[in-house]
Design a binder for this molecule. Structure first.
Ligand SMILES: Nc1ncnc2c1ncn2[C@@H]1O[C@H](COP(=O)(O)OP(=O)(O)OP(=O)(O)O)[C@@H](O)[C@H]1O
Length: 337
């Protein structure tokens, strides 16, 4: 069966943009040139992206990159300094309450009442969404089941481990069946068992078609959980693509040669660039970084070339084709402090 396709206006002359299929919006979230300033310092700098329904989008970046600030604006918790945000077609500005009812937020800090049990905590959060008692009970039972803590529902939260509290936090965020859930580093500082439970839960939510924005500074999480990953650093979105697409950029990996001095590194760069399997080479101080196809295969050739010209290699590192390597290559910094 054919679906009706609605075309919207696009600013460029003659350009027609598909915005709806079968009466459904294609994008659950759109933000354009999003900015946030604190005391004249821009901590989120013109971030723009679109997210499809059911997609899991990762925001990967180190501490202070601007991930929390970005999701706080996207979930209508704080106001942006500039730019626009639409959730399911609703402009956030002027529709904050509506948008808040469409989204769920799992904050970094645990926001639960320690003296109350899990059920009572969820009852409190549910009451904020004005669900009637019967409906609420059903929903609480369902989310407790989803997070695997049904049998602990009557225990006070103060008896829970950090990981269990995080799971209750997630339950509170999805209680009202939001269209988009924002998860802010939900696995930081918790035990491996709870972490795995959270991964399982995310897989379940994905299966149910929930759209998820997931912030992390763990490349393994971004790689395993997310359909696309935005690499964020110093408030800017450096790149956004599938993990496969992002890694393509660094080909098979990066070879890092440390030479005795910057002049030798520059000469070695010129030599490396002549080799057909070197996609890109650059120098900083005495270090040469070469993006190489099949580094294991081609390392021998490069080492031999440098030896021929007496370019003495002080140190050599093979960096695998991972998001961590890409991040280091793009920003000169490690993802983790
Ligand atoms: N309320 C605020 N007032 C002033 N500066 C702020 C405020 N909130 C955040 N910042 C600054 O904005 C920058 C981005 O912070 P943000 O918490 O968004 O980063 P993050 O990527 O989430 O980091 P982390 O991984 O540590 O949570 C930081 O430099 C931070 O100090």
């Amino acid at each position: 069966m054919y679906k009706t396709v609605r075309r919207g206006r696009c600013r460029k002359a003659g350009c027609r943009q598909i915005t709806k299929v079968g009466g459904q919006l294609l994008n659950i979230l759109e933000c354009t040139e999003l900015e946030k300033e604190y005391n004249g310092t821009r901590v989120v700098d013109k971030i723009s992206f679109k997210m499809k329904k059911g997609e899991t989008l990762g925001l990967l970046g180190p501490n202070g990159a601007g991930k929390t600030t970005t999701i706080s604006m996207l979930s209508a918790q704080i106001k942006q300094t500039g730019g626009t945000i639409q959730i399911n077609g609703h402009e956030i500005k002027g529709n904050e309450l509506k948008v808040k009812s469409l989204v769920g937020v799992v904050p970094q800090d645990i926001a639960l009442y320690p003296e109350l049990n899990a059920y009572e905590n969820l009852q409190f959060f549910g009451s904020l969404y004005k669900l009637d008692k019967k409906q609420l009970k059903k929903k609480i039972d369902r989310v407790l089941d989803l997070i695997g803590l049904k049998d602990r529902a009557k225990d006070p939260i103060k008896q829970y481990s950090g990981g269990m509290k995080r799971r209750i936090n997630i339950a509170a965020a999805i209680l009202h069946d939001p269209l988009v859930v924002f998860m802010d580093e939900p696995t930081v500082g918790i035990d491996p068992q709870s972490r795995n439970k959270i991964y399982e839960l995310i897989a379940l939510l994905k299966e149910q078609g929930m759209s998820i924005v997931y912030t992390t500074h763990y490349m393994e999480e971004a790689t395993n959980l997310c359909d696309r990953v935005a690499i964020v650093d110093r408030g800017k979105m450096i790149q956004l693509d599938s993990v496969k697409g992002l890694i393509k950029e660094i080909h098979g990996g990066i070879l890092e040669f440390q030479f005795r001095d910057p002049d030798t590194a520059q000469s070695a760069k010129a030599l490396a660039e002549e080799y057909e399997h070197v996609k890109e080479a650059r120098v900083s101080d005495s270090k040469l970084e070469a993006v190489v196809k099949d580094p294991q295969e081609n390392i021998g050739y490069l080492v031999e070339q440098f030896r021929t010209y007496s370019y003495e290699i002080m140190n050599l590192t093979i960096m695998p084709p991972t998001l961590e390597t890409l991040f280091l290559y793009k920003t000169g910094k490690a993802l983790r402090d």
